[in-house]
Design a protein around this ligand. Structure first.
Ligand SMILES: [Zn+2]
Ligand SMILES: [Zn+2]
Length: 267
């Protein structure tokens, strides 16, 4: 598996790595394809910088060196939004000819998992229940034609909690996970296996096994793989483990995208 579909660069507010450095690293790793997924957050509580400058992004993209690795134009669209903002997000997404859109939630009620307040008075199961519930609320409000995959459903695993084992288990939020999968699968959308949480969980078996099995049980056949790299050393981080886990869970394919159209590759 040689495609990383979740890569950030200094085009996003939270990375200092120039896109060229990410591209060179992908090339050095022998990847076939990467997709930049710069942050598109509208009305984000952390400020306007989290809204990628689309014009500048597209202009830079045009000049990327594609000779070593194929590069796709993607966005990570924040869907933790008040209902009235969805038309604005949709209009922005329609204004760009993206290859891939990852729909992700980065906060609940303007608190993100990197703020210890996010976990106050809750155990990790409750945190996941709320977090996945908030993804579901957001995903239900966006035109399904405008996104490809749902990002990092285990996002709180890497936040500022005090849990030793913060992996996501299906039993934490079975209703929310089922509802999310039952909503996206019939629409031809998929789930991302995001290996960023692996970076904090090195002592444990890789996360995701049981919720991914449930995804397959409910008819999910394909996934996307993303490292969520904001630094070059994280590109394709532990992808071998992620692929092994996906195979064990029975996932048949991974997808790459071209102008929002998926191509399926056997796992
Ligand atoms: Zn980021
Ligand atoms: Zn994200």
């Amino acid at each position: 598996m040689r495609c990383d579909y979740h890569v950030h660069s200094s085009i996003s507010a939270d990375s200092k790595t120039s896109p060229d450095v990410q591209i060179q690293r992908a090339e050095a790793l022998g990847l076939d394809e990467i997709c930049f997924t710069e942050h598109l957050e509208i009305h984000f509580y952390r400020g306007a910088a989290w809204h990628v400058d689309l014009e500048n992004y597209i202009e830079q993209f045009r000049h990327f060196d594609q000779s070593g690795v194929k590069i796709k134009l993607g966005l990570e669209a924040g869907i933790a939004l008040a209902p009235e903002y969805f038309p604005e997000l949709e209009a922005e997404l329609r204004s760009v000819s993206c290859d891939y859109v990852l729909a992700s939630a980065h906060s609940i009620n303007n608190i993100d998992p990197f703020n210890p307040k996010f976990y106050e008075g809750k155990n990790i199961a409750q945190v996941f229940k709320e977090y996945i519930g908030s993804i579901l609320t957001g995903i239900g409000q966006i035109d399904p034609q405008l996104f490809s995959s749902v990002g990092h459903i285990d996002f709180p695993a890497k936040g500022a909690h005090s849990e030793k084992d913060s992996r996501l288990f299906y039993k934490y939020a079975p209703d929310e996970i089922d509802a999310l999968f039952k909503y996206i699968i019939p629409q031809g959308k998929c789930i991302e296996i995001n290996t960023a949480s692996y970076r904090n969980l090195d002592g444990f078996e890789v996360p995701g096994g049981d919720w991914l099995r449930r995804y397959v049980e409910l008819g999910g056949e394909f996934v996307t793989f993303g490292s969520d790299a904001h630094m070059p050393e994280h590109i394709a981080y532990r992808f071998d483990d992620a692929v092994a886990m996906a195979r064990r869970a029975g996932v048949k394919y991974y997808a790459t995208y071209d102008r929002m159209a998926p191509t399926f590759h056997k796992l």
